[in-house]
Design a protein around this ligand. Sequence first.
Ligand SMILES: C[S@@+](CC[C@H](N)C(=O)[O-])C[C@H]1O[C@@H](n2cnc3c(N)ncnc32)[C@H](O)[C@@H]1O
Length: 273
Amino acid sequence: MTDRQKITLTGAQETLLATLYGKALDTRARRPILGDREAVRVMRRIDYDFRRTGMTATTAAGVALRARQLDDWIVEFMTAQPESTVLHLACGLDTRPHRLARPATVRWVDVDYPEVVALRERLLPVPEGDYRQIGASVTGEEWLAQVPADRPVVAVFEGLSMYLREEEGRRLVQRITGRFPGGQLLFDVYGSMGIRMQKLVPAVRNSGSTLHWGVDDPRVIEGWHEGLVCLDALRSVDMPGLELLPAVGRAQMWVLARIPRLRDVGRILRYRF
Ligand SMILES: C[S@@+](CC[C@H](N)C(=O)[O-])C[C@H]1O[C@@H](n2cnc3c(N)ncnc32)[C@H](O)[C@@H]1O
């Protein structure tokens, strides 16, 4: 194929290929968890050595489970609040706005670095309905002003927090909770042990990126904004659907769940404000 898009991203941006590939592998699995066909289409249009991601059947299923959990929470939010905004930060090449049916009254905003948004524009169809993209670093102070603050928001950021420094994560949480009339924050975190073991993650090692922020106690974040309440803190080792992992992955999770210092290695968090 000659029209495939050559990828020159490095660092945290390059890691979007790992999650994309994970979703594509899951779709081709015997028992798909997410079944994201658009991810397969996008992956096929990319000229990149996906072996660099180090994705295996087990880690791909883990990526799919995390994405499915966040999808379920977003759908729950949109159903309860059909006049709302979905703020999808660090979207990478994730096809969530294509994957999820949403009420016509929901505004969807995808945000990532300008290079990544440019890639999305080349590789992904424009989703239907009220949709826009913003090319910016989420740590900047300017981009959020482009998102109307007239409705409740569900801000979802998958695979982002660990690339931020804690202070940047705190500012991000405070800018979102301070701007909108209410809503939810959905995001995954590494624990500090996960941050220490980061070089064991092939996508991190091979992209030359560095992880900084680990969260051991999700309640600490509640103190960052008045009325911010943690609704869920799901350990990766306890996620619904783990029985769908390949046998080797199920065994790994079983072991991790029984080692106190390792069982908090990753979590998916849901807050309301
Ligand atoms: C592991 S990928 C996850 C991508 C996507 N959420 C997914 O699950 O497929 C990490 C993403 O975070 C983005 N990212 C990291 N730091 C960022 C920042 N400061 N501002 C905007 N995006 C950022 C990268 O560009 C990349 O798309």
